[in-house]
Design a protein. Structure first.
Length: 264
């Protein structure tokens, strides 16, 4: 039977010599060592290497590959394959969720660019209103929630009324969390005056809230007397260079959503 050098095997299979030595060190391939110290590979060795490459392409660990090739019965190998199918389905679901979130994040950045300091009418989509941070930790969703504030708004002042976390129903649906959130109240409004505010803090400036109130009334809208504000979910703060200052320091700009519900 013909024997192949490590260089020939490397060239035929597209595996580096280091990879072949690593497989040998792990014990999943055992080439013959000649008297001159060189390794030689048989046709059977190449066949095993092709099997290893096949299972590696399917994301099996070297330990599992060793079990399948050398230590497992047909039944136990099938069990390992079924386990891998389950793991891959879980990874596929995570990738699906990530793609949905990435597309939403891209839309968010577009909305900030288009809606900054501009007024428009839009609904406040359904959000779960979560008051207790312990519940957020219990459900392992702190990264999905946005801190929000509720304000009582009059013509000449805006007073903070309440603070809580919001989790969008859309995100909850993507993450299949709705059954766990069914006991939480849902915040939603059919029509709101909406704008995005650039702020140097996570709390909106009162005058910017009142400016939006004045605009709404000038357009003939009747407001409910409440306002909701919080950071745009997923939109990172921006560092801006302060102009005409001695310190010449960077200033952090936060982008905040502002909703003023309209009475219908």
């Amino acid at each position: 039977m013909r024997k192949y050098s490590i260089g020939e095997v490397s060239l035929r299979l597209g595996l580096s010599r280091d990879t072949l030595r690593f497989y040998e060190k792990k014990g999943i391939i055992q080439p013959e060592k000649e008297e001159n110290g060189y390794r030689s590979y048989t046709y059977d060795d190449i066949s095993r290497l092709l099997s290893i490459m096949y299972y590696r392409r399917l994301n099996f660990s070297l330990e599992d590959i060793e079990r399948i090739l050398y230590k497992s019965s047909l039944h136990s190998s099938r069990s390992l394959i079924q386990k891998k199918i389950t793991e891959e389905k879980q990874q596929l679901e995570l990738h699906r969720q990530s793609l949905v979130h990435l597309n939403l994040l891209k839309i968010t950045y577009d909305n900030v660019k288009q809606g900054l300091e501009r007024y428009q009418t839009r609904p406040l989509p359904p959000h779960y209103r979560i008051k207790n941070s312990e519940e957020i930790n219990r459900l392992s969703i702190p990264d999905l929630c946005a801190p929000f504030q509720e304000y009582i708004v009059k013509e000449n002042y805006a007073k903070l009324q309440d603070e809580f976390f919001l989790l969008s129903d859309e995100t909850a649906s993507v993450m299949r969390l709705n059954p766990d959130l069914k006991n939480f109240p849902v915040l939603k409004w059919e029509t709101c005056i909406y704008t995005i505010i650039a702020s140097d803090s996570l709390v909106p400036d009162e005058q910017k809230i009142l400016k939006a109130v004045r605009w709404a009334k000038e357009q003939g809208y009747s407001l409910t007397g409440t306002a909701y504000s919080g950071p745009v979910m997923g939109c990172a703060p921006e560092q801006r260079r302060e102009a005409e200052t001695e310190s010449d320091s960077d200033k952090t700009i936060h982008y905040l959503e502002l909703y003023l519900p309209v009475s219908l």
